[in-house]
Structures are given as structure tokens and as C-alpha cells.
Ligand binder design. Sequence first.
Ligand SMILES: [Zn+2]
Length: 97
Amino acid sequence: MKIIKCINCGVYNKNRDRCKNCDALLSYKKRRAQQIKAENTERLEKAKKSPPDFIENLQQHRYIMFRVLGWILYSAFVVVSAIGAFIAWLVFAIAAG
Ligand SMILES: [Zn+2]
């Protein structure tokens, strides 16, 4: 038998993955895995939302050539994002299929 004290509310739980009182995860390993997953998701969301800084810097460059290059890279970024979203949707559609 394993008794774990909930770090969230202090209630003692016997052989449970989640706290019977507040539903917090009790196992350190599972908590850590969940945290890593959340961090990865957050990082992915951040990366998806905005193109890399250097592209934005290029778009404001004083030489038109670099600004054009910035726009080309920006367009490529948007296209790649769209393809990525499409593939994600496709995988989801197949998995749900
Ligand atoms: Zn609890």
C-alpha cells in the first residue's frame, strides 16, 4: 500500500493517482510528465504564432533588397505554417476517421 500526501491540499491518499479531495496529480513522475507536456505545447504555440525575430528585422531593413528578402522569408513562414496546420488536421482526420 502506498500513502501519498497531496501537495495541493494536504489530504492523505491511499493507492491513488489523483487526490480524492482536489483531483491534483499525486505521483511525482506523472506530474513531471504532465508539466513537460504542457511546456512543450506552450513552446509550440509560441513558435506557431510569430515568425522568428530576424525576419521582422529584415522587413524593417534600410535596404530594399533585404526588405524583399524579409517578405519572401515571411511568406515562406506563413506557407510552411499553413502546410503544418493542414498536416496536423490531416493526421487528426485520419486518426478520427
Ligand atoms: Zn488534494
